[in-house]
Design a protein around this ligand. Sequence first.
Ligand code: SAM
Length: 278
Amino acid sequence: MRFDVLTIFPGFFTGFLEHGIVRRAQADGLVSVDVHDLRAFTHDRHRTVDDRPFGGGEGMVLKPEPLAEALENLGVHAKNADKTDLPNVTTRTILLSAQGLPLTQSVVRELAAFERLVLICGRYEGVDERVNELYCDEEISIGDYVLSGGELAAAVVMDTVIRLVPGVLGNEASSEFESFGAEDAAITADEMGVPRSQHGSGGLLDYPHYTRPADFQGLAAPQVLLNGDHAQIRRWRREQQLRKTLANRPDLLAHAKLSDEDRRLLASWGWEPSRQAN
Ligand code: SAM
């Protein structure tokens, strides 16, 4: 999978690209990331990328010409961003924007199906809207808050998508069984309705994790995790997932894959399905 990032701060990505899974994915040839300096597509002495907003108001706006030239240079053409100079490569061009569609794990799964993502990082008050209209397939927001620039958001998109590129995670199935794991993942259940997988997520949040030492600052790791009874461990983990999802993200329960036992437990903690669905 290939990523092209357009930014006025190319150095921003150095640390991100040089650590952990993201670094390894590139080293293994599974992913390539090209960061492009927007100023390389300017033609004036000051390498100007911004200008004052029409209609007045605060701040500056990223000019359309350098972005358009950079995109054309990457084979992304106006009006038809799916058309690319790269043969047989499916491309998605994305503007990072606080006004965009929220990035969720299911959006990440959709993005991971493309062969190439072109990510445009805004700065200042944002990007001239015509760039969005002419070149972008979608606007994506990483949350309901305002960042200083799209670089952090682009890194979040890349990090989340790269984890899903086949071969990147050691265990192919592991992303499926994290928080927000696919609701329709093939997770079989035991007679108590507890998923047989150690980690079955089914659209819930992950369970809490513990490692050695067994006692840390007076807090013991849960005894159930130390006794080697895997059916009990699965059951405990499922209960923890349900508890955490109910406490922190009850909205997820409306779409989660729940067994009768899950529903009984949730109801015993005060969950009212009809209220949570709204
Ligand atoms: N005037 C814009 C607004 O109120 O929506 C905010 C512009 S922000 C200071 C500058 C850039 O940061 C944006 O163009 C966008 O690329 C990026 N950005 C800010 N918040 C973001 C978010 N929640 N998700 C993705 N990108 C964001």
